[in-house]
Each structure stands twice: as structure tokens, then as C-alpha cells.
Design a protein. Structure first.
Length: 307
């Protein structure tokens, strides 16, 4: 039997092949706490039940981007196109040695032996995706079962949902016996007042000691990426939301590139510009140190962070 072949989803936007060099010098130890690997499909086949087929974006390209941007470590999050087969993610984490951790996707019947194997490989969390365009069924019924299994390992749950889903999810999410991390600020509507509906999300964060990724301005923005007159301050409409989150929850915010940026339809971001976006949402060196180094180290490498 020959090797599998995969054709990208029609209209798929490939990741930026030549990102710019950031003007922001990242602090030593910076962690990209949200990125992915895709395949390569001939080695790590994409899941039959996937909702999209990407172009390959493997570990070597991720590590090259890490070094280009001045990032020290990565947290590689399982992509939905690989389903619950964590092989590509685990391969990348193992190849990076102590410079990477992983977030897996597992099913409710996952065994203790499999969780132990993943832990030894560097996995420290599981992801639950509630976006209907990416998964066939919301995993709310599976949350408690899986959370109970990962709690003894000290793992956390990463959740991805739309802002209008929070009311129906809070009862489930707030009762989990593990720390909770929310992707991409809970996808706020950035056309609204930052002191309006988004306050509801921030109070949820406060009530349940939730961690928040101030990531993916390219997904949330309506104004878009153009940097005017040579300025590197794209995605301006997202800044008030991310800056408020960093200001109110400076010890529980994380940052990530979301490379290689799956399922974007209007533009593919320049990862160097995404790094320069950080200075607008975390304007002080102290805020950037916590966002980029101290917080992710405490969550993913506590043995090195001293807590």
C-alpha cells in the first residue's frame, strides 16, 4: 500500500513562509503557549473525521519559526485535523526536549497507561473544542470524565468556545476539578465596547481562577492587519480587550502565535508582526515578563519556576 496523499481544503491559506523580524526583543525564556503542528501527512495521517485538511506544517518549520522570532519554548496544542491521534504533537514535543510541552486531545475511555505515556512525553493538558464548525459534537458530556482522569497528573483543561456560548458552558466549566485555560480570550466581539459584554467574560475568569490566552488578534480583528506608514501596530481593534485582560489578570495570562494559523480565510498573518503586537497589549517590561515567561513557566514547567 502506498503512502497516503492529502489535498488541502479548497481556498486553504498557507502559513507565512517569510515572516518579518520583530522589532520587539522578547525577554529570555519567552514561551509561545499556543501553536500547532500539521503532519506531515505521509508520516502522521490526518484524521478521517477531520473538518479541514491543511498543508503540512511540521516540527522543523515550527522550530525554525521559534528561533526566528526569538522564542525559547513552545506549547504544542493538538490540532483538530489530527483528531485524538496525538502522534504528530508528541513527536514535536519529544524532539524539542525540555523546550516544549504538549496539550492533547483524548477520548473519555483513555486509559491510565496512555495518560502516563503522554505525561512522560511532556503533555500537561487536554483540549476541549466547542466550536461547531470544527467538531461534530460538543464535548460537554465528556468533560467531567476526562477531567477526573487527568486531575491526579496535575494537568489542566484548555477550552475553545465562542463568546455567546459562555452562559451555557459556565456551569460545566466552573465545576471541573482541574485548572482551566481559555483560548483566544473567549473570542469576544471586538466591535462592541470593551466595558460591555466582555466584562461578563472577565467576571467568569475572576470567579473561577481561569487562565486566559491573549492570542489570535488576527482571528478576532475586524479592522485587519495593515500596518500604516511603516508602523507595526496592526489589529488595533483587539488591543483594548487584550490590554484590559492583561491589566486585570496579569498573573494568569498567556500568549501564543497560533502558528500555522488554521482556517483563516481573509489573510495570513506575519508572525513577526504578531510579536510586535505584544507591546500594545502588555506595554511594560514587567507585564511582558509575566505574560511571556513567568506565567507559562508556572503552568507548564513548575519544577523550573520554583512553584
Amino acid at each position: 500500500m502506498g503512502s497516503p496523499t492529502f489535498s488541502p481544503t479548497p481556498g486553504w491559506l498557507d502559513h507565512h513562509r517569510h515572516p518579518s523580524v520583530p522589532t520587539l526583543a522578547l525577554p529570555p525564556g519567552t514561551v509561545d503557549a499556543h501553536c500547532h503542528v500539521f503532519g506531515p501527512g505521509v508520516v502522521f495521517p490526518y484524521a478521517p473525521e477531520r473538518r479541514y485538511t491543511p498543508t503540512d506544517a511540521g516540527r522543523d518549520e515550527l522550530f525554525a519559526l521559534r528561533d526566528h522570532l526569538g522564542v525559547t519554548r513552545n506549547v504544542v496544542v493538538q490540532a483538530t485535523c489530527h483528531g485524538a491521534d496525538n502522534s504528530a504533537m508528541v513527536d514535536a514535543v519529544r524532539a524539542a526536549g525540555t523546550r516544549a510541552r504538549g496539550v492533547a486531545t483524548v477520548r473519555p475511555d483513555v486509559s491510565a497507561a496512555e495518560l502516563a505515556r503522554l505525561h512522560d512525553a511532556g503533555v500537561r493538558g487536554v483540549r476541549f473544542n466547542f466550536l461547531k464548525r470544527l467538531v461534530d459534537a460538543a464535548p460537554a458530556d465528556d468533560l467531567a470524565t476526562i477531567a477526573a482522569k487527568i486531575a491526579p497528573l496535575g494537568w489542566h483543561a484548555v477550552v475553545y468556545f465562542e463568546a455567546d456560548s459562555l452562559d451555557e458552558l459556565e456551569g460545566v466549566l466552573g465545576g471541573l476539578p482541574v485548572p482551566l485555560v481559555v483560548d483566544h480570550m473567549g473570542r469576544p466581539d471586538v466591535t462592541r465596547d470593551v466595558d460591555g459584554d466582555y466584562t461578563h467574560f472577565l467576571r467568569f475568569v475572576d470567579r473561577h481562577d481561569v487562565w486566559v490566552k491573549v492570542s489570535c488578534p488576527e482571528r478576532l480583528s475586524v479592522t485587519g492587519p495593515p500596518a500604516l506608514d511603516g508602523e507595526r501596530d496592526a489589529y488595533r481593534d483587539v488591543v483594548p480587550f487584550a490590554r484590559r485582560t492583561v491589566s486585570e489578570f496579569g498573573d494568569r495570562v498567556l500568549w501564543g502565535t497560533d502558528w500555522p494559523h488554521p482556517n483563516l480565510t481573509d489573510h495570513m498573518p506575519d508572525d513577526g508582526l504578531l510579536v510586535d503586537h505584544i507591546v500594545h497589549v502588555a506595554p511594560t517590561e514587567q507585564a511582558r515578563q509575566r505574560l511571556l515567561v513567568d506565567n507559562p513557566m508556572r503552568l507548564y514547567w513548575p519544577e523550573e519556576a520554583g512553584s
